[in-house]
Design a protein around this ligand. Structure first.
Ligand code: MG
Length: 381
């Protein structure tokens, strides 16, 4: 029986992970963590028999305590305590944004494997996070669909046989367009194939999400940036590909459904039954591929440059993106201003080497402050 802690349990990934755990005889949920939505978190704990709930928002933790007899931990230190004290064999990190890095560090530091749905843990802190996992003997199991695909494809390969990783991108709602000046928030939120939260949906529309995924893949699989490619594939049936040294290319296919990669990460190295529709290629009919337009979708270029620069650059990239996307979602700046703001902030904060996680937290804060200033300058209303 694998003991599981789920961080971000009330989000989309967390909710699906909980359903998979409930249906599995091999997984036992020993703790849940959420931000401020204490009522759904307590309801989940009741329903799934989780003895501990941690809430990042201390006020929400207070209210949960008065409504539930189980153990409630509060604040960021509450989440750290949950990870360190719940006796977990595996922590699923489904938290959103830079806030997910700290909990990943705590889990790995305790030698606990992490099923990683929080991209920022690797985008911001990739070098340090991978070094920590290695030193602690803990494993990072990717939950992101593309990385789960690569992880499965690479599983049986000997070192030195991999020539290239190819990440597929749906292209988002604006694929094929070159005039994105006046697009609305509603247009940008209408993602063609995946249903996700606000920020990641905007990141998919700008292709920043794919840029983050390339950085994530670089760290997870130790492949240099120049050997990681992005190809636009609107049907989202091929989740990623691997080119090998003998000319073979391996691909991972399936309908887009996050339950498949979540189940794989939770049950690894086993596989469990997942009740999803089986791929019918004749019904799909056609799979198409095209090169990304990095001129219109400047975020993909910015992410590539930040990844190659390394050090603090991906941390700046992520912080600037979080602030710029929030400003777009609030209607304060236009869609194309997202990339413009990020580029200005990256230019003003050239890459520095990173020695400690604390360095990253300081850089993250500084990049957010600078992006707020850029956003003021770009405000349209
Ligand atoms: Mg993805």
């Amino acid at each position: 029986m694998k003991k599981l802690v789920i961080l971000g349990s009330t989000g989309s990934i967390g909710t699906q992970a909980l359903q998979i755990a409930a249906a599995s005889e091999d997984l036992q949920v020993v703790g849940l963590a959420a931000g401020s939505s204490w009522e759904p978190a307590v309801e989940q704990a009741r329903q799934h028999g989780a003895p501990v709930v941690a809430l990042a928002d201390a006020g929400a933790a207070e209210r949960a305590r008065s409504a539930w007899d189980g153990r409630v931990l509060g604040g960021e230190e509450g989440i750290r305590e949950l990870i360190a004290s719940a006796g977990a064999d595996l922590v699923l990190n489904g938290m959103v944004g830079a806030a997910g890095l700290g909990p990943t560090v705590v889990a790995l530091g305790e030698g606990i494997d992490v099923a990683l749905a929080n991209k920022e843990s690797l985008v911001i802190g990739g070098e340090l996070t991978m070094a920590l996992a290695e030193a602690a003997g803990a494993r990072l199991l990717p939950v992101d669909s593309e990385h789960s695909a690569l992880f499965q494809l690479l599983g049986a390969e000997q070192p030195g046989t991999v020539e290239r990783l190819v990440l597929t991108a749906s292209g988002g709602p604006f694929r094929g367009r070159t005039d994105l000046e006046g697009v609305s928030v509603a247009d940008a939120l209408a993602h063609p194939t995946w249903r996700m939260g606000g920020r990641i949906t905007i990141d998919s529309a700008t292709l920043m999400n794919k840029g983050f995924e390339a950085i994530e893949a670089h760290h997870l699989f130790g492949v240099p940036h120049e050997r990681i490619e992005v190809v636009v594939h609107p049907q989202s049936i091929v989740h990623s590909l691997v080119d090998l040294n003998d000319g073979a290319t391996l691909a991972h296919l399936g309908y887009p459904d996050m339950r498949v990669p979540i189940s794989y990460a939770l049950h690894f190295p086993e596989r469990a039954d997942v009740d999803v529709p089986r791929l019918d290629l004749a019904a799909v009919g056609e799979l198409t591929f095209e090169r990304p337009d990095t001129e219109t979708f400047a975020c993909l270029r910015l992410a590539r440059e930040a990844g190659e620069a390394g050090g603090t650059a991906p941390c700046v990239l992520n912080a600037a993106d979080e602030v710029a996307v929030a400003a777009f979602l609030e209607g304060r700046i236009g869609f194309t201003a997202i990339a413009a703001a990020i580029e200005r902030v990256l230019e003003g904060m050239p890459a520095q080497p990173v020695a400690h996680f604390e360095d990253l937290f300081a850089v993250d804060a500084e990049a957010r402050r600078r992006t707020e200033e850029e956003v003021w300058g770009l405000t349209t209303v």
